[in-house]
Design a protein around this ligand. Structure first.
Ligand SMILES: Cc1ncc(COP(=O)(O)O)c(C=O)c1O
Length: 293
């Protein structure tokens, strides 16, 4: 593996073994993570990512960690190789535990990695034949138990695509394997609600806030308003779609299930608004912290 690695308080060589085989994060995926873009030499929206990391840990019932330590790890990685770090990944796993689903008494391990970015510039998507369970114990949690996404991403890659879009168990549009989704139709932009089972994407949240502030008609769809069938409208050219994520930004879907589809003009405008605001504010305050900063 290339890149810069920091684990539990110290920088490590990228090829140095640092996690024991009995770590519950390794044996059953008992952990959480965050992926951040690096913009203009700084990790973008770090505070929002740490708030979500805490949320994921709380939902998983993990032992608390000191978020100042995570910040120190991110700073150490950024300082170690500022030119080559275009993406930062924070992983927290629960520590040593038994070879079963029951968690042990280990202390969590904090791993920060920095390295090159790898996201494509445009999105070629396919519809996933599987569904997201919006009632799962970890729905909306950014857990390292991402095997479902691995399978769906492989399905997409096997079809020459780079993202798979998934519905929830009701057949409502949910998200991608590593992105949220936005639909432009009838003069406005809609994104599935969190009740669909999607992750509360940092990019999605900022796009909603900054878009509304700039007068772009963008809103969260009502539950059930966006059925998976809306993608048929994208195929027919009467609607358009983009995916959003920390590494992709707001990116047009230019190919769906092997057919070229047109990017949406309003979605392009939203992307411009997002980029402009992200350049101006490298660490936008999370909604609840805004009055405190
Ligand atoms: C399943 C899933 N949905 C959505 C997103 C987008 O979230 P963010 O904008 O915070 O990167 C991700 C990011 O990796 C993800 O894994």
């Amino acid at each position: 593996m290339s890149g810069v690695v920091w684990v539990d308080g110290a920088l490590r060589a990228a090829n140095e073994p640092v996690i024991l085989a009995g770590n519950h994060g390794v044996t059953v995926g008992d952990g959480v993570f965050e992926t951040l873009a690096v913009r203009r030499g700084a990790p973008f929206a770090l505070t929002r990512h740490l708030v979500r990391l805490q949320y994921s840990m709380d939902r998983m019932g993990m032992r608390p960690i000191d978020m100042a330590e995570v910040r120190a790890g991110v700073a150490a990685v950024m300082q170690a190789n500022p030119a080559d770090v275009a993406r930062v990944r924070i992983t927290v796993i629960s520590g040593s535990g038994p070879m079963s689903s029951v968690r042990g008494t280990g202390l969590p391990n904090i791993i920060v990695w920095g390295g090159p970015a790898s996201a494509p510039r445009q999105c070629r998507a396919v519809r996933s034949p599987w569904r997201r369970n919006e009632r799962s114990a970890i729905a909306g949690v950014k857990s390292t138990s991402y095997a479902e996404n691995v399978v769906m991403a492989k399905f997409a890659a096997d079809k020459g695509a780079d993202e798979a879009l998934v519905s929830n168990t009701f057949g409502y549009l949910c998200e991608g394997t590593g992105s949220n989704v936005m639909i432009e139709r009838r003069g406005e932009i809609l994104t599935p609600p969190l009740s669909s089972g999607c992750l509360a994407g940092i990019t999605r949240g900022l796009a909603l806030e900054w878009g509304a502030r700039a007068g772009v008609p963008v809103r969260v769809a009502a539950p059930g308003e966006l059925e998976m069938f809306v993608l048929d409208e994208v195929m027919q050219g009467v609607a358009h779609a983009s995916v959003t994520s920390s590494t992709r930004g707001i990116q047009p879907i230019v190919n769906l299930d092997g057919a070229d589809v047109a990017p949406g003009p309003l979605l392009k405008k939203l992307s411009d608004v997002y980029e402009m605001n992200a350049d101006a504010d490298p660490d936008p305050a999370p909604p609840r912290l805004r009055s405190a900063v």
